[in-house]
Design a protein around this ligand. Structure first.
Ligand SMILES: NC(=O)c1ccc[n+]([C@@H]2O[C@H](COP(=O)([O-])OP(=O)(O)OC[C@H]3O[C@@H](n4cnc5c(N)ncnc54)[C@H](O)[C@@H]3O)[C@@H](O)[C@H]2O)c1
Length: 276
């Protein structure tokens, strides 16, 4: 794949067996990175890694449940054994199954196991992957960690309370890593993502809810996995070398407008005026 901006870099992408993680793995490889495609679903990871290799890139597939320290440790060792180093960690994995979504509700209806599972995968998993990647990054005196977060992590909403709290915590996890290892060349940033429907998680989302969310994005359409992956590649590369401890918002303006915008727009349209 030539000498792209990530030539010779080694990247780990978690939850990369599909969705946004799969696209991140493909795009990082397209920029020349050697990619460890890791997922709790090995068959899915193998498929993404095979696509990368078929396209002329370098990738391996590894099974890893990020919530389990022994598996994260083994995965990190396998990456170093194969590629010799770790430059980039994209903490993308999150538990977003239909079962999880049906139990991660408002606070009084919260299923405590679903709460713990969200924290174990989305938050502890990201910390564990960083725990084992950072020592390798310190050997290189360079590294970039990207944690996928969400508007849910910065604004209150009706449901997915555990998911939201886990995503909020990732923001400070990135700041902690940036503060602790920044002088040794390791950067960490959160990537706050708007709705960018990928094949797995959103196939079952209620179309009426999707329409409301679409109306609250300022862009003509919702995001695409490619748009998010391009932002990951930017944060992974030296193009973002002065950005650390920060949150980059790639959400089509979802979090940037007045909460009343969509309602006011509708009122103005109905009244046939542009004056409030
Ligand atoms: N797609 C969006 O619109 C959107 C919006 C905001 C934030 N995000 C964030 O982007 C990331 C990817 O979202 P997506 O839409 O692609 O979701 P997805 O459900 O399609 O993909 C998640 C992947 O993580 C894997 N996974 C689940 N549990 C795991 C575990 N314990 N260990 C390792 N892997 C595990 C799954 O197998 C799956 O491949 C998530 O962190 C999500 O919170 C997505």
């Amino acid at each position: 794949m030539g000498e792209g901006k990530l030539h010779n870099r080694v990247a780990i992408v978690t939850g990369a067996g599909g969705g946004l993680g799969g696209e991140s793995a493909r795009v990082l490889a397209g920029h020349g990175a050697r990619v460890a495609v890791t997922d709790i679903n090995l068959a899915a990871a193998e498929q993404v890694a095979a696509e990368i290799v078929a396209a002329g890139g370098e990738a391996i597939a590894l099974c890893c449940d990020v919530a389990e320290e022994s598996q994260v440790s083994a995965m990190s060792e396998a990456v170093v054994a194969r590629f010799g180093r770790i430059d980039i960690l994209h903490n993308n994995a999150a538990i977003l199954t239909n079962e999880q979504r049906s139990k991660d509700l408002d606070v009084i209806n919260m299923d405590v196991e679903a709460w713990d599972r969200a924290m174990a995968v989305n938050l502890r998993g990201a910390m564990l992957c960083a725990k084992y990647a950072i020592p390798e990054m310190l050997k290189l005196q360079r590294g970039s960690i990207i944690c996928s977060t969400s508007g849910f992590g910065v604004q209150g909403d009706m449901t997915l309370t555990a998911y939201a709290a886990s995503k909020a915590a990732l923001i400070i996890l990135c700041k902690s890593i940036a503060a602790q290892y920044g002088k040794q060349g390791v950067r960490a940033n959160a990537l706050q993502i708007g709705l960018a429907p990928a094949e797995n998680a959103h196939g079952t989302m209620n179309p009426a809810v999707m329409a409301v969310i679409r109306d609250n994005h300022l862009t003509p359409e919702l995001g695409t996995p490619r748009q998010i992956a391009d932002t990951v590649a930017f944060l992974a590369s030296d193009e973002s070398s002065f950005i650390t401890g920060s949150t980059l918002v790639a959400d089509g303006g979802f979090s940037s407008h007045a909460p009343s915008l969509v309602g006011v727009k509708a009122l103005l349209a109905a009244a046939g005026t542009n004056k409030i």
